[in-house]
Design a binder for this molecule. Structure first.
Ligand code: NAD
Length: 356
């Protein structure tokens, strides 16, 4: 099969981790006889430096006219004080919204080999962690109107949170379908005791739940969820939530897996075009040192094969290769434990590629 992939390396550790994912994809091509063509597009700070905007119109076109997009990460202190309208993250929001990537899947899986790398006690993570967070990605407070004005001599800032029924329903369907393919258990996270958006969210989810009687459905408040994820994460299977809650909860959940560097994600549209990226940021503190963990990006590439290209066997091969490398005791610094073999970012990528 031939596929066109737009590659957004971005800033900080972005280029390092994406290189390793491409190395693994090349190994997949070699083994299974596929041809993947990569086209690089600058995004985030590097694009601001070159073009004065976080992504150019030509770059956006390239993202729209391909089979899939692979992203590293954007941002860093160098661009923290640029005009808010051209901040690096603006490019991400633009790609998500213009490509219609409304559903963000964040599988949170603890590889048993890394149980000791999680800061939580074995009694909490010992039975294994395998949950799917379905985050709404193109609505809510990140996309609402915002302003900073001055009233009575003091500054006042507003961020609008807005959801339509149809936005809630389409992410709800993705979540119910996802739960159906897993353990048929879905928790919808909201703040319905305070927010109108959440009350609408809950009403729509309840309506949908009647269409999925085989899925065990429950509502849970976001603050309680934050606590339950640490107390007893095994109670969850699939979680669906709005944009900002999903952003925060998935970072929290990443620590169940030992490191944020392990977690992949898929941002999906109603078609097959998707964007795949690790959930972490550009990690400026370790950029350029070849010590970042590339496994979250490599596992994102596996999700790309599974969801956008329907290459199930190839996706399984990447996940199996990651498993083998961990079984053999190789670890990047963030998941390093006593007695294991410490490797760099590029060594980790090479080890996974060799095992495809
Ligand atoms: P971060 O996720 O970049 O880093 C948090 C911590 O985790 C750091 O200590 C970092 O070294 C570590 N870490 C992250 N990824 C790692 C990996 N693969 N291997 C090993 N360690 C890893 O979050 P931050 O420091 O809050 O943000 C840094 C920049 O990234 C900011 O400019 C922020 O806006 C941006 N950001 C971008 C995205 C994105 O591109 N999708 C997401 C979140 C944050």
């Amino acid at each position: 099969m031939e596929k066109k992939i737009t590659v957004l390396r971005g800033d900080g550790i972005g280029p390092e981790i994406v290189n390793e994912a491409l190395r693994v994809l090349d190994a997949v091509c070699k083994k299974y006889g596929h041809t993947f063509t990569y086209t690089d597009v600058d995004i985030g700070g590097c694009s601001i430096d070159k073009f004065g905007v976080p992504i150019t119109d030509e770059g956006m076109e390239q993202c729209k006219n391909c089979d899939s997009v692979l992203l590293g990460a954007v941002g860093g202190p160098k661009w923290d004080s640029v005009d808010p309208s051209i901040r690096p993250e603006k490019a991400l929001l633009k790609v998500r919204s213009e490509l219609g990537l409304f559903a963000n899947l964040r599988p949170t899986k603890l590889f048993p080999q890394l149980a000791d790398a999680s800061p939580l006690k074995d009694t909490v993570v010992g039975q294994g962690i395998d949950l799917m967070i379905v985050r709404e990605l193109t609505g809510g407070i990140y996309f609402g109107k915002r302003s900073t004005t001055e009233t009575n001599g003091e500054k006042v800032a507003t961020d609008e949170m807005l959801y339509t029924e149809h936005e809630i329903e389409r992410i709800g369907r993705v979540a119910f379908e996802s739960a159906r393919k897993r353990n048929k258990k879905l928790a919808s996270v909201d703040k319905a005791n305070v927010l109108d958006c959440s009350r609408l969210w809950r009403a729509v989810m309840h309506r949908l739940s009647e269409e999925y009687p085989d899925v065990q459905y429950s509502d849970i408040l976001v603050d309680n969820t934050a606590m339950q994820l640490i107390r007893d994460p095994g109670q969850f299977d699939t979680i669906v939530t709005e944009n900002m809650f999903g952003d925060i909860l998935s970072d929290e959940a990443s620590m169940l897996t030992g490191s944020i560097g392990m977690m992949p994600s898929a941002s999906l549209s109603s078609g097959t075009l998707g964007m795949y990226e690790p959930i972490h940021g550009s990690a400026p503190d370790i950029a350029g040192m070849n010590i970042a963990n590339p496994l979250g990006t490599i596992l994102s590439a596996a999700m790309m094969l599974r969801y956008s290209f329907s290459m199930t066997e190839e996706a399984d091969a990447i996940e199996a290769a990651v498993n083998r490398v961990l079984d053999e005791g190789y670890r990047t610094g963030d998941i390093m434990q006593e007695g294991m073999k410490k490797v760099s970012c590029s060594e980790m990528g090479t080890l996974v590629a060799e095992r495809i």
